[in-house]
Design a protein around this ligand. Structure first.
Ligand SMILES: [Zn+2]
Length: 506
């Protein structure tokens, strides 16, 4: 017993010699619990009296929902796959709270999978001229022009409008069309039995949709909708990973690739003008990680040109695609080291369950390359030295809970390593990766899992506030922009707290 008390005393930093006299078992027990609570994300935030009242309310609902799940596994949203839990989450009071809560920024989101599939079907696929064809793999490709070089279609190009009109049931046609770029199924364990099965479908969705998005009128409408969906989810800023392509219009004209960046900037400027509480987006130039060194060099050259042309808007570089498939960062070192010294890297790393495989070691290379943030960092939990470095150097980990679940790294979100990161106060931000491709919308669903599954049962407003403010703190905004964003966020946070106390949220 004495040894236990001394040990606990050491853990909580108390003076050992006095332990036996002063520290009862109960006190020692409580001291450790308190110390863990102080150590974790948000543990040192002190709430004002208004926030404390909201915390009390929030905890009533949260503990109620957790207790419901504890009693009935079929309703345990915290431990369920998103596809099964979504109808329950949609009815949850905690989810409604999170939707209305200002969430700051989303710092890991891919443009071509960002918009809800509903919108793509209901609006984009009804734009005149959308065509569909089938490629050699039997996969549908959507576009607004015939035979672009990206396509290897073996079928005729058919107008989507004609197909819809000629179908027996146009509503059913739309339902099937949506399945081309939405992974949802009520039985993910059957439909995607392996990580390869789900990644193949997932990767195929980019092939199906991307070419259509780069049709100029669609591009404008799509990115406007992207901003709308973020804004309506109470997000004020985003750093968007973009895959760059040439834009084309109805007359068959094509535009240089950088025109897409210019268009995005114009859309952003207009959106910000009309939504004063939205501070805008910046973009991260993202390229296919499987490219050979020569192609990668071309990418780096293009990135340098873009960075020069849009110094405030194009903020960094990343490599995308399934990490487990290979091409670790180490193989691209010679190219990555060639980036100008002022370039920032926002690297996907550690999106794997393969401990010490070459892709797992991407985490080490990302740190040695001085990455500004780490995308996913799912495997970081197995690398104590890297975890320590990340905490000391304050490099944020971009957590994407639903993405990791849908793409087969974890089933029960309570086992997500984000729980450990939060327990150790490793800087994390909650992100959504590709919400449009898995039946989600914006960021609130990922926040739901962060607070219900990854944070401890008794974690409330302190953790939420910390996660929200982290998203601005670890963004790549300039100091000036960040200052303004913090000010706006403080204001909207205060308004939100008042709204909750006025009974307008719960
Ligand atoms: Zn990603």
């Amino acid at each position: 017993m004495r040894r236990l008390l001394v040990l606990l005393g050491l853990v909580v930093g108390l003076f050992c010699a006095e332990l036996e006299n002063t520290l009862s078992y109960e006190k020692a027990r409580q001291a450790v619990l308190n110390a863990e609570e102080r150590l974790m994300t948000g543990g040192r935030i002190s709430l004002n009296s208004q926030e404390s009242k909201v915390d009390d309310l929030f905890m009533q609902y949260k503990l109620g929902e957790l207790a419901q799940g504890f009693r009935n596994a079929e309703q345990n949203t915290a431990g369920m796959h998103f596809f099964k839990a979504k109808p329950l989450i949609d009815r949850s009071a905690i989810f409604k709270f999170l939707q209305q809560m200002p969430k700051g920024a989303v710092l890991h989101l891919h443009n071509t999978a960002a918009v809800s599939s509903k919108w793509v079907v209901q609006t984009m696929s009804y734009m005149p001229g959308m065509l569909r064809c089938t490629d050699v793999k039997g996969r549908s490709r959507l576009t607004f022009r015939r035979a672009p070089k990206e396509h290897s279609c073996t079928s005729q190009y058919i107008l989507v409008a004609d197909e819809r009109r000629n179908s027996i049931d146009p509503a059913l046609y739309d339902e099937n069309l949506e399945k081309l770029f939405n992974l949802y199924t009520p039985v993910p364990e059957l439909e995607y039995p392996t990580i390869t099965a789900v990644w193949d479908r997932f990767q195929g969705m980019f092939d199906t949709l991307t070419e259509a998005i780069y049709y100029l009128p669609a591009f404008r409408a799509y990115h406007w909708q992207l901003l709308e969906e973020l804004y309506n989810d109470n997000i004020m800023y985003a750093e968007l990973r973009i895959s760059l392509r040439e834009l084309y219009d109805a007359s068959g004209r094509t535009f240089p690739r950088e025109q897409a960046v210019r268009e995005m900037q114009l859309i952003n400027d207009k959106f910000v003008r009309l939504h004063p509480n939205f501070v805008g987006i910046k973009v991260i130039y993202a390229v296919w990680r499987g490219s050979d060194v020569e192609k990668m060099r071309e990418n780096v050259e293009e990135f340098k040109i873009l960075q020069k042309a849009f110094p405030e808007f194009v903020i960094g570089f990343d490599l995308v695609g399934q990490e487990d498939k290979g091409k670790p960062l180490y193989e691209q070192l010679s190219v990555l080291k060639d980036l100008p010294p002022n370039s920032r890297l926002f690297l996907h790393a550690g999106e794997t369950n393969w401990y010490s495989a070459s892709t797992d070691i991407n985490l080490l290379d990302a740190l040695l390359l001085n990455a500004t943030r780490i995308g996913h960092g799912f495997a970081l939990v197995k690398h104590p030295i890297l975890m320590n470095a990340i905490k000391t150097r304050q490099i944020a980990v971009e957590l994407n809970p639903i993405s990791n679940q849908v793409l087969h790294l974890v089933w029960d979100m309570r086992n997500h390593p984000g729980a450990q990161y939060m327990a150790l106060d490793i800087p994390v931000v909650i992100c959504n990766d590709d919400p449009g491709f898995w039946n989600a919308k914006a960021l609130s669903y990922d926040f739901y899992y962060a607070i219900m599954s990854m944070a401890p049962n008794n974690a409330g407003i302190r953790v939420l506030k910390s996660l929200v403010f982290n998203s601005i703190r670890y963004s790549a905004m300039t100091a000036r922009e960040q200052q303004r964003a913090f000010q706006l966020l403080e204001n909207s946070w205060t308004r939100f707290i008042e709204k909750v106390l006025q009974g307008k949220v719960f």
